[in-house]
Design a binder for this molecule. Structure first.
Ligand code: AMP
Ligand code: GLY
Length: 428
């Protein structure tokens, strides 16, 4: 493997991208780091670039003009838009799947069809392009039932309906156009029950290297109450009393089968394949695939990972990934998301944040920025719903959890809101 340094362009602005940037910067191969659009925590590490990160032409052109040797795509929208295709066509290595492979996240119907051909366990489903037959089917099956807008809907296109009324309301919402084209096709599926577990895996289109398990907390309030969010906190790994060695082996096999199935259809999936699983009484079943690293899962998985991320990402791109490129620290990570009051509904921005340095002075604590910006006077202010991911790594789960919460208390901004029960399910 070459030792030459490569300049890197990272696309995205969340806590996931901050965690990716920190890990990329640790690599002996990292040259100049660029980020588009980035957030308030990245200024010291990377140069911000004004660029339409969802435009394949704009990204590929900019990368070529600046001699970038690797483009890393964080979020799903540029992947589905075909940014990776354009970057690769320009002869530049890219981390993240091409547009056809990103349909694993971009279309729930496409993902379901691939799963069926690959023999992967998932919820039974039907898909509809018209409202009337969809409503008739929902009435026939009854609640509980799950309604999903087919396309990307920023995490909002899934309705887990407990009553027939909610389900029909969900169907109407999808077909009403609020999710744009994403709702033109609607997937109706059976409700699965059990604890959820995510598995991130890296792949070059042939070899699948499982990273680590993580458990996200999607609801806004303690006790898994309130509306769904992008994720309120997460820990890794998920302990054996929740996910057995057998479950884990099934999950890894599922991801390998999907990559193999796509390959047999002429689609190379290279990048991170995120499997969201429900651990049902009949074993793990797929809830969804994402074509990217999870947010906030990345913030607890990458700090525990021992790897040269630049080498690994280049190997995913050029088909030379091997399992020995990644190993693990034997420790635990817990990340608590600090949000603006009101999130996931409307919230105010521009609140000055203090105490980040004090929090990071605690052993094993890193504060990843998500919705932050630097104000004119140089202070860090809130600029989004999910503001900071306060992450602690420690030899035991209990220490990691205690330290993450200790750090949360040292940070202050008007409207600071967070769940107090992140990770409690990991405690037996
Ligand atoms: P997704 O974006 O597809 O992961 O869905 C978001 C959340 O909705 C998941 O994390 C689950 O909590 C829930 N969900 C999705 N599909 C199902 C299902 N078939 N049964 C029960 N819950 C589901
Ligand atoms: N944490 C859920 C996601 O990244 O989609």
């Amino acid at each position: 493997m070459s030792n030459a340094k490569v300049d890197i362009l990272l696309l995205g602005s969340g806590g996931r991208e901050h965690a990716l940037l920190v890990k990329l910067a640790e690599s002996s191969r990292a040259g100049k780091l660029y980020v588009a659009p980035g957030n308030g925590g990245m200024d010291a590490m990377a140069q911000k670039v004004e660029l339409d990160a969802e435009s394949p032409v704009a990204v590929a052109t900019w990368a070529r003009e600046h001699n970038v040797g690797l483009v890393v795509i964080g979020p799903e929208a540029p992947l589905v838009a075909g940014v990776a295709d354009a970057v690769r066509s320009a002869g530049i290595p890219c981390f993240g799947p091409n547009g056809d492979a990103a349909q694993m996240e971009g279309s729930k119907k496409f993902a379901k069809q691939v799963m069926a051909r690959a023999g992967v366990p998932t919820a039974a489903y039907r898909s509809f392009t018209e409202q009337e037959p969809c409503e008739a089917y929902v009435r026939q099956v009854g609640a509980p039932i799950v309604i999903k807008a087919d396309g990307l809907a920023a995490g909002k296109g899934v309705i887990v309906a407990k009553t027939l009324e909610e389900a029909l309301e969900g169907v109407r919402e999808c077909f009403s156009g609020v999710f744009g084209d994403a709702g033109a096709t609607v997937v109706v599926e059976e409700t699965l029950e059990g604890p959820e577990c995510s598995l991130l895996a890296l792949t070059d289109g042939k070899t699948v290297v499982p990273l680590a398990t993580a458990q996200d907390h999607k609801r806004a309030l303690d006790g898994d109450k309130g509306p769904n969010t992008g994720g309120m906190g997460v820990y890794s790994p998920v302990p054996e009393h929740l996910v057995s060695a057998e479950d884990l082996a099934t999950m890894v096999e599922v991801e390998q089968r999907v990559v193999d199935e796509l390959a047999s259809e002429g689609i190379t999936y290279s990048g991170c394949l995120y499997g969201g699983f429900m651990l049902t009484a009949e074993g793990p079943k797929v809830l969804e695939f994402n074509a990217r690293f999870g947010d906030p899962e990345t913030q607890v998985v990458l700090p525990r990972m021992k790897a040269d991320l630049v080498d690994v990402f280049l190997a995913c791109d050029d088909g030379t990934l091997t399992p020995d490129m990644v190993s693990w620290d034997n420790d635990w990570a817990v990340s608590v998301v600090l949000t603006s009051a009101g999130y996931p509904g409307s919230y105010e921005k521009g609140k000055v944040i203090t105490g980040i340095e004090k929090a990071e002075a605690l052993e094993g604590v890193t504060v990843y920025h998500a919705g932050t910006a630097v104000s004119e006077d140089g202070s860090i202010v809130t600029s989004g719903g999910r503001v900071l991911d306060v992450t602690a790594v420690a030899p035991t789960f209990e220490e990691a959890r205690a330290r993450a919460y200790e750090a949360c208390e040292l940070i202050d901004f008007e409207g600071k809101t967070y769940r107090s029960d992140i990770g409690l399910r990991a405690v037996k």
